[in-house]
Design a protein around this ligand. Structure first.
Ligand SMILES: C[S@@+](CC[C@H](N)C(=O)[O-])C[C@H]1O[C@@H](n2cnc3c(N)ncnc32)[C@H](O)[C@@H]1O
Length: 266
């Protein structure tokens, strides 16, 4: 059995895309984190921008499609994500680690790190790198989740993984990086930081999309795609979710979530 890791989780963009699609479709209040980041950036369209931990680079693709003329650079440690970014016209894709970025001092007008700092072992080193590659007067925007984001669904998956002797693999999530801790980290590296908090919830009124979302969390709890008990765990998760809906007629599964956008001027 392959041990789940950040490398295996992001070996394909599909589980990440499944989670993003769930948030788009099943949030209690419509709220796209990209809109919040764009508001914080106040771009004119000519800035050179580096997006660190860019994932499938949809954020940069949208900027390019909107007519952004400055350099758009997507950086990721995952070969699959770098390949996805490289396939987008107008985007330069770079393999790199947030803690040691392959760029010159002050090379960018803006730097973003959206939903990635909680994967980094040394977040202060990464924040220092974001500061280093951004020119004086440029903008750095970092987004991370609240500590208990989607806690009920995470707990459900964790419990079923534990029943089969599986535990969260080391090094996938750095639990010290949350909405609650980010403001102090940013303050340490940048000084004055603007903090904006977005509270929301996932809402499911049927079992199927919740089961799909739960399954997209499996690797974070040690359930690799080729884990022998995976099919049984999926059956157990499915049965518990279906039972919850059957015993709560007319009720929706509501799982609070939220994120923080931290913005600093270099
Ligand atoms: C949750 S995804 C977020 C992707 C994208 N920013 C988004 O919001 O859709 C985290 C991304 O960070 C990348 N990543 C993890 N650790 C990294 C590191 N140390 N340096 C650069 N990228 C990293 C992963 O490969 C993955 O693509």
């Amino acid at each position: 059995m392959t041990m789940p890791s950040l490398t295996t989780e992001y070996a394909s963009p599909i589980p990440l895309q499944a989670r993003i699609a769930t948030h788009r479709k099943h949030s209690e209040h419509p709220d796209d984190p990209s809109t919040a980041v764009l508001a914080a950036l106040e771009l004119t369209g000519t800035e050179d921008l580096a997006d660190i931990g860019c994932g499938d680079a949809r954020f940069l693709a949208d900027l390019h499609a909107a007519g952004h003329t400055g350099r758009l650079v997507g950086v990721d440690t995952s070969a699959a994500m770098v390949a996805a970014a490289a396939a987008i016209g107008g985007v330069t894709a770079v393999t790199g680690d947030a803690q040691n970025l392959p760029f010159r001092d002050g090379e960018f007008d803006a730097c973003t790190a959206r939903h990635m700092l909680y994967h980094v072992p040394d977040p202060l080193a990464a924040l220092s790198e974001f500061r280093r590659i951004t020119r004086t007067g440029g903008t750095v925007v970092v987004v991370v989740n609240h500590a208990r984001t989607c806690h009920y669904t995470h707990q459900l998956v964790a419990a079923h993984a534990r029943n089969h002797g599986l535990t969260p693999p080391d090094g996938m999530i750095n639990h010290t990086v949350t909405s609650e801790t980010l403001p102090d980290m940013m303050q340490n590296v940048f000084g004055k930081t603007i903090i904006e908090t977005h509270d929301n919830a996932l809402i499911f009124d049927q079992p199927r999309p919740l089961i799909t979302f739960a399954e997209a969390l499996f690797t974070f709890y040690g359930i690799a795609p080729d884990a022998p008990p995976r099919a049984q765990i999926l059956a157990d998760v499915t049965s518990e979710i279906e039972h919850w809906f059957a015993s709560h007629p007319g009720q929706a599964w509501r799982d609070p979530k939220g994120y923080t956008v931290a913005t600093a001027t270099r």
